[in-house]
Design a protein around this ligand. Structure first.
Ligand code: FMN
Length: 222
C-alpha cells in the first residue's frame, strides 16, 4: 500500500472481529515500526503484547475498577481537561461518535456502557502496552513514544488491521501492573488496541475532522 494512502486511511477503530492476530504478524509489525525515529536513537519504548486469557482478565479488571469509581492515578498524573478550541474539537468528536452510536446526550446508561467498552479496549483481540524506563521518562523520550505509536498504527493498516491508541485505561496502572507484571520502574504511557476491524460497527464509519492548514500553519520566509 502506498504510504500516503495508508496515512489517509488510518483511523481509530472502536470495534473488532474476535479473530486473534497471529504472533508472527504482531512481531513483524512491531519490528517494522521500530524504524521510527527517537531522540538520540535511544529507542526508549518497551512493548507488552497481550492476547487471549490474560487480556480478558485485564479487560474484566479495568471494567470493574471503572464501574466501582476507583481512584485514578496514572503514572504521568492527570492531564487537565482541554479548554477553548481544544475542548470544541473534543466535543465535536464525542457528538459525531454518539450520533453514529445513537446515544443521546442525556442517556447516562448508554454513555457508561460505551466508556466500559473503551476500558475493555473496544474488545480488541490484542493490545500493545507501551511503556518506558522511569529514569528516562521526560520530554524527548515521551515524544519518541508518540512517534512509534503512530508508526505501529500505520504499519498495521498495511496488514489489513485497525488500531486505536488509547489513553483512558492507563488511568489504572496498578491494575495493568498486577496482571501483566510490568514493574513499577516502567512508566506506562499508552496502549494500542489492535485487531481486524468490524466495519459494520457504526462508530467505525467515523471520519474525524481536521482543522484546515490555514488555521494551524504559519509560514516564515516562504
Ligand atoms: C494519546 C492518545 C490517546 C487517545 N485516547 C483515546 C481513548 O482513550 N479513547 C478513544 O476512543 N480514542 C482515543 N484516542 C484516539 C483519538 O480520539 C483519535 O486519534 C482522534 O479522535 C482522531 O481520530 P482518528 O484517529 O480516527 O483519525 C487517543 C489518541 C491518542 C493519540
Amino acid at each position: 500500500m502506498e504510504l500516503i494512502e495508508a496515512i489517509k486511511s488510518r483511523k481509530s477503530i472502536r470495534a473488532y472481529k474476535p479473530t486473534p492476530i497471529p504472533k508472527a504478524i504482531l512481531a513483524q509489525i512491531l519490528e517494522i515500526a521500530t524504524n521510527a525515529p527517537s531522540a538520540m536513537n535511544t529507542q526508549p519504548w518497551k512493548f507488552n503484547v497481550l492476547g487471549s486469557k490474560i487480556l480478558e482478565e485485564l479487560k474484566e479488571a479495568l471494567q470493574e475498577h471503572f464501574l466501582e469509581g476507583a481512584e485514578l492515578h496514572p503514572d504521568f498524573g492527570l492531564s487537565p481537561p482541554p479548554s477553548g478550541v481544544y475542548r470544541n474539537r473534543q466535543v465535536d468528536l464525542a457528538k459525531s461518535l454518539f450520533q453514529l452510536l445513537d446515544i443521546a446526550r442525556e442517556d447516562k446508561g448508554k454513555r457508561t456502557e460505551w466508556t466500559v467498552k473503551a476500558f475493555r479496549f473496544f474488545d480488541a483481540p490484542n493490545v500493545i502496552i507501551i511503556s518506558m524506563d522511569e529514569e528516562i521518562s521526560s520530554y524527548s523520550y515521551i515524544f519518541s513514544l508518540g512517534a512509534i505509536s503512530e508508526t505501529i498504527a500505520l504499519v498495521a493498516v498495511d496488514f489489513g488491521l485497525g488500531t486505536c491508541i488509547e489513553g483512558n485505561w492507563i488511568l489504572y496502572p496498578e491494575v495493568i501492573r498486577q496482571i501483566t507484571g510490568i514493574p513499577k520502574s516502567q512508566k506506562i504511557v499508552a496502549g494500542i488496541a489492535i485487531g481486524y476491524p468490524d466495519w459494520d460497527f457504526p462508530a467505525n464509519k467515523l471520519r474525524s475532522t481536521r482543522e484546515p492548514l490555514s488555521n494551524i500553519a504559519t509560514w516564515h520566509g516562504i
